[in-house]
Design a protein around this ligand. Structure first.
Ligand SMILES: [Zn+2]
Length: 237
């Protein structure tokens, strides 16, 4: 990246003057490029953010702007990191917990990749992801090895403060969390009744799972350690 565009005519034919300013060889405009984070100019930021707001994949943004994909990814990571700062460490109050399965398979146990069929002769394994959502819409999720109670209950203990109301379905992994200091509220998945009658909780995590799956497809895979970044983006959106 690092290409400086003329702010007037957006020409790329810009040269450096001896006084440190830039001059456009097309329209002769002289200007000082503003250096923003990641050494991008205001215009470059504006361009990438514009496509980010439209939920374009890094590949699409790269194609449309002409920036290298690596640079676009670095920029989006910067944006997502900023958005992530609002996601709390510990959830309390009324929270919903649920798990989903992402299609595809693990590659090197580190990268979720798109379902590529049986091309490699490997069986396609669905990857479980466990999530927690609280009333104000904040979400936390993590890729898990399985959805057994030994795996999920410690996560709940770690992320949800004792005394919280935990809305969950009847799945067996969650049995016994009442004995760990939580108020247990069973919900019926089929009826999607996550709320306590006020209706503002319906489909909460379902919405996030759908979002994560779309992102996964559009990005051609999301690294496990980057999931928190996408949570930040989701919460913000
Ligand atoms: Zn110009």
């Amino acid at each position: 990246m690092g290409k400086i565009l003329c702010p007037k005519c957006r020409s790329k034919k810009v040269y450096l003057l001896s006084n440190g300013k830039r001059k456009c060889s097309q329209c002769k405009y002289e200007f000082t490029p503003h250096r923003l984070p990641l050494h991008l100019t205001r215009d470059q930021w504006r361009e990438i953010i514009r496509w980010f707001l439209l939920e374009q994949s890094s590949q699409n943004i790269s194609l449309r702007t002409g920036f290298e994909r690596k640079s676009v990814l670095r920029t989006l990571t910067y944006v997502r990191t900023s958005l992530m700062k609002d996601v709390p460490e510990i959830f309390s109050g009324t929270v919903e917990v649920d798990e989903t399965y992402l299609g595809g398979q693990w590659k090197n146990k580190r990268r979720l990749i798109r379902d590529q069929g049986s091309k490699r002769g490997r069986s396609t394994k669905k990857q479980p992801v466990f999530g927690i959502l609280c009333r104000n819409g904040m979400v936390w999720a993590e890729v898990v090895d399985d959805v057994g109670s030994e795996t999920l209950q410690p996560l709940i203990s770690k992320k949800v403060s004792a005394g919280s109301i935990v809305c969950l379905d009847t799945w067996k992994a969650y049995n016994g969390i009442a004995s760990r200091g939580y108020v247990n509220r069973l919900v019926n998945h089929g009826e999607k009744q996550y709320s306590d009658g006020k209706g503002n909780h319906n489909n909460g995590l379902e919405g996030f799972w759908g979002y994560l799956k779309r992102k996964l497809v559009s990005e051609g895979g999301i690294q496990r350690e980057k999931i928190p970044l996408y949570l930040g983006e989701y919460v913000w959106r």
